[in-house]
Ligand binder design. Structure first.
Ligand SMILES: [Zn+2]
Length: 73
């Protein structure tokens, strides 16, 4: 999974900056947020999934994954 730095999402447990990424799974991606073990607690959060059919490109999937970060609070 290629994880990207989220602009403002923070870990609900330790308040470190989170990374997010898409994990291929069946007909779509699973959206995962990761608290980097290097400067956080190492927890992973699954915030939902995106179907291939509902987006035009992987870039759009990443943009949607970024917005899902607000559901962590
Ligand atoms: Zn954390």
């Amino acid at each position: 999974m290629l994880a990207r730095q989220h602009p403002d999402a923070r870990c609900p447990r330790c308040a470190s900056r989170l990374r997010y990424g898409l994990k291929r799974e069946g007909s779509g991606w699973k959206v995962q947020y990761v608290c980097p073990p290097s400067d956080g607690c190492g927890r992973e959060f699954s915030v939902g999934r995106i179907d291939h059919g509902s987006v035009d490109s992987e870039d759009e999937a990443y943009r949607r994954a970024e917005r899902l970060g607000s559901t962590l609070y």
